[in-house]
Ligand binder design. Structure first.
Ligand code: M6P
Ligand code: ZN
Length: 187
């Protein structure tokens, strides 16, 4: 049998960069319709900031194998809403995932297909278990880049559809300097 070769890579803990990884950049213009305050979105779009970058080491989509990726989620807000990742279910919905926070401050919004939401705060050292079937989105609630590692089954895939349409049942906002998890008015 032909074995795959093992390897080690070193994550730059300051920047989140994984050498040799595939880099994906998500700018504000890639996230039209995701934020609640459309006026604030259009205004900030003139600058079109990078919202997050992903550095992914991925294998062929095969059961039993693992992918991993760092995400560098920049600080910022659209109106009151903190910058976040798009968020997704897994295409193979029963696949779980592990996140490990490396730098900065934020949290994860998770949601069942029925719309039951959970908020897990994250700081360096926090490990989050994403159970099968839960959609997941990370949010930067701090003033510096929020960097974390994610490890997920190689055949999990991404299902963005329903999150792109409806979002999560909760949103994460800055209310007078405090982080608040409130009902999504568009849900
Ligand atoms: C983590 C992993 C990736 C995911 C990325 C960005 O690194 O969960 O699979 O792609 O976050 O999140 P999204 O795909 O929702 O934009
Ligand atoms: Zn995932």
């Amino acid at each position: 049998m032909e074995y795959k070769r093992p390897f080690g890579v070193k994550i730059d803990l300051e920047t989140g960069v994984i050498p040799g990884a595939k880099r994906i950049v998500r700018k504000l213009s890639d996230m039209r319709g995701y934020f609640v305050d459309e006026e604030a979105y259009e205004k900030l779009l003139r600058e079109d900031p990078v919202v997050y970058e992903v550095y992914a080491i991925e294998q062929e989509e095969r059961e039993g194998d693992l992918n991993f990726a760092t995400t560098v989620l920049y600080p910022g807000k659209v109106g009151k809403e903190f910058f976040f990742t798009k968020g997704h279910y897994h295409a193979k919905a029963d696949r779980a995932e592990i996140y490990y926070a490396l730098k900065g401050k934020g949290g994860m919004l998770l949601q069942t297909p029925e719309g039951e939401a959970e908020w897990i705060p994250m700081e360096p050292g926090t490990v989050v278990y994403v159970p099968p079937y839960w959609a997941h989105r990370t949010v930067n609630t701090g003033g510096e880049p929020f960097v974390f590692l994610a490890i997920y089954p190689a055949d999990a895939g991404h299902d963005y559809g329903s999150i792109k349409e409806k979002g999560f049942s909760k949103i994460v906002i800055d209310e007078g300097g405090e982080v608040k998890i409130v009902d999504n008015p568009r849900w």
